[in-house]
Ligand binder design. Structure first.
Ligand code: HEC
Length: 124
């Protein structure tokens, strides 16, 4: 009986984690693997193929003045970045903004999304 209860607790803990409890360390590792090729995220970091992402949550889309955004992105970007918008963007940038130059990026797997967003939110 105790065994079963412990098993159930583990199961509940696992489900809770999958339901969105995000892991900043895992998000950092995923960022290094999947984003750092094109983006820096340190304060005043340089732009690469994509703009610097320091403090991106709460930032106006398309507002890094030293970065040359694509015409497609500039004409659509009228929002401030929040968790939901970032989730849609990194899942499929080309769906959110057809013609964006980040469209070459295939998008992140569902399991990495909330971790990466938690990491982005921590870099401000
Ligand atoms: C192949 C290069 C590449 C990769 C990989 C990439 N990006 Fe981008 N990213 C870009 C480019 C280029 C832009 C600018 C888009 C435009 O101007 O159309 C951009 C724009 C963005 C923006 C909008 C920034 C702003 O100032 O509004 C965010 C947020 C972003 N990327 C996050 C990410 C994250 C998070 C990852 C990893 C999951 C990632 N990107 C992976 C190239 C990339």
């Amino acid at each position: 009986m105790i065994r079963i209860a412990a098993g159930l607790l583990t199961l509940v803990a696992t489900c809770t984690r999958d339901a969105g409890a995000a892991d900043i360390a895992a998000g950092k590792a995923a960022f290094v693997r999947q984003c750092a090729l094109c983006h820096t995220i340190d304060a005043a970091g340089s732009n690469r193929y994509g703009p610097n992402l320091f403090g991106v949550i709460g930032r106006r889309a398309g507002s890094v003045s030293s970065f040359q955004y694509s015409p497609a992105f500039k004409s659509m970007a009228s929002w401030d970045w929040n968790e939901d918008a970032l989730g849609g963007w990194i899942s499929s940038p080309g769906t959110m903004v057809p013609g964006t130059t980040m469209g070459v990026f295939q998008g992140v797997a569902d399991r990495d999304r909330s971790d990466i967003i938690a990491y982005l939110a921590s870099q401000r």
